[in-house]
Design a protein around this ligand. Structure first.
Ligand code: PRP
Length: 186
């Protein structure tokens, strides 16, 4: 993989701005769920990992974490096929628990809508969605989003959990790929 600086168009959300907003979300969740005894954060792999680990450090009330992995059937690449496969399910019962789904980005909405549909059948006390990024212009199915870090335009973003061809999830900021530069070098 090439150095990302060769195809970085711009830094859309710098590290400090990300961390400030995540602290606000953690404080908000701590207030909203104060007094609830069984809060569970469910991280959708893989993109949600960095967001989860920073968010949970900003939540001041007791909570547990779990992970799910979801992938699209059929078409590869960056577009959603609209068909979802659960490749890693929860290992715990969520009945009567307060569940927050933690995502890096909602694009078409297909992934999180499918997860919401599935987990809602397991009778949680409540379930909601917390996403760092929301590309609302791309929505194909309606999704109720309770907590949003940033609404972003329809640009190809990477970093802070989001990959470009499986790399660069570790970057501490959200960058925009300059597709001309990216394709020119591949
Ligand atoms: C990304 C992202 C969301 C989903 C959003 O995951 O993490 O789960 O796509 O797209 P949608 O709203 O159109 O369904 P991806 O399938 O790229 O897997 P990854 O998290 O392992 O990178």
């Amino acid at each position: 993989m090439r150095d990302y600086r060769e195809f970085l168009g711009e830094v859309l959300i710098p590290e400090e701005k990300l961390q400030t907003r995540i602290a606000e979300l953690g404080a908000q969740i701590s207030r909203d769920y104060a007094g609830k005894s069984d809060l569970l954060l469910v991280c959708i792999l893989r993109g949600g990992v960095l967001f989860l680990t920073d968010l949970m450090r900003r939540i001041t009330i007791p909570h547990a974490i779990e992970f799910m992995a979801v992938s699209s059937y059929g078409v590869g690449g960056r577009e959603s096929s609209g068909k979802i496969r659960i490749s890693l399910d929860l290992n715990v019962d969520i009945q009567n628990r307060d569940v927050i789904l933690v995502e890096d980005i909602i694009d078409s909405g297909q992934t999180i809508a499918a997860v919401l549909d599935l987990l809602s059948t397991r009778k949680p006390a409540s379930i909601c969605v917390c996403t760092l990024l929301d590309k609302a212009d791309r929505r194909e199915v309606p999704v109720p989003v309770k907590y949003t870090g940033f609404s972003i335009p329809n640009k190809f973003v990477f970093g802070y959990g989001l990959d470009i061809d499986d790399y660069y999830r570790n970057l501490p900021f959200i960058g925009v790929v300059d597709l001309n530069k990216y394709q020119a070098g591949s």
